[in-house]
Design a protein around this ligand. Sequence first.
Ligand code: BEZ
Ligand code: FE
Length: 279
Amino acid sequence: MRNVDQDNITQAVIARLADTPDPRLREIMTSLVQHLHAFARDVHLTEAEWFQGIQFLTATGHKCDDKRQEFILASDVLGLSMLVVAMNNDKPAGCTESTVFGPFYVEGAPHYAHGDDVANGAAGEPCQVTGTVRGIDGEPIADAVINVWQADSEGHYDVQNPALTHAQGRGQLRSGPRGEFHFRSVLAEAYPIPTDGPVGDMLRATKRHPWRPAHLHFMIEAPGYETLITHVFRDGDQYLDSDAVFGVRQSLIAPWTQSPDGGWRLDYDFVLNSAKASA
Ligand code: BEZ
Ligand code: FE
């Protein structure tokens, strides 16, 4: 086909996808082309503006390395991460809701026993975290793998500090026979997502703040249950209604209380959805 013009180019590109062997890939690519072209038409994108878009994507790629994932950050601040989470985690009432994974999970976190301090030297006020892991019928889930990760009182995850050679504020433990768990850490505090890259430029250009309300990240895995990726948010935080990445769910907000010894306490019970029976 020659002489494609602005009226028929969308169909021309979609026709070129007709031989894509994987039907799902064909569906996704076709829709992507349709929506990209509709977007360009909608705003009547100029060549200079699209070049700026290319520069943004290039800078986003250049900012990525094994510790920094600027594309996840971009997806998060555009609400795309939370949209995908929400669409794919429609669970029965009573199950703990899911929220964004974020870019700071690291595989292979140190293993800890109940009562251990996962802060491992991270700065912050001491905090005890207890809770249980259960199924939807209330059954305790023993031996669930609980991954927890959090920022320190300066708002930094360990992976953001190139001088650190060991894990801080992250760990893996297993629930006990009654589904219970207990670890020590530091108080979760609100923090800004990284703004020293193109995503930060975008936030500034649109007059958006980069703050996330204080939270602890959890990933909980157990055979026979859906893996739960979520946070627990600290009640009373000033950013609960304006989270930079749209991750707050009311059911995930919990009180951190001060104990008589001056430390903080959080008690939160998780409920996992049963795994879908495989066909
Ligand atoms: C986080 O909570 O770790 C996070 C989530 C999305 C973007 C940046 C950080
Ligand atoms: Fe976080």
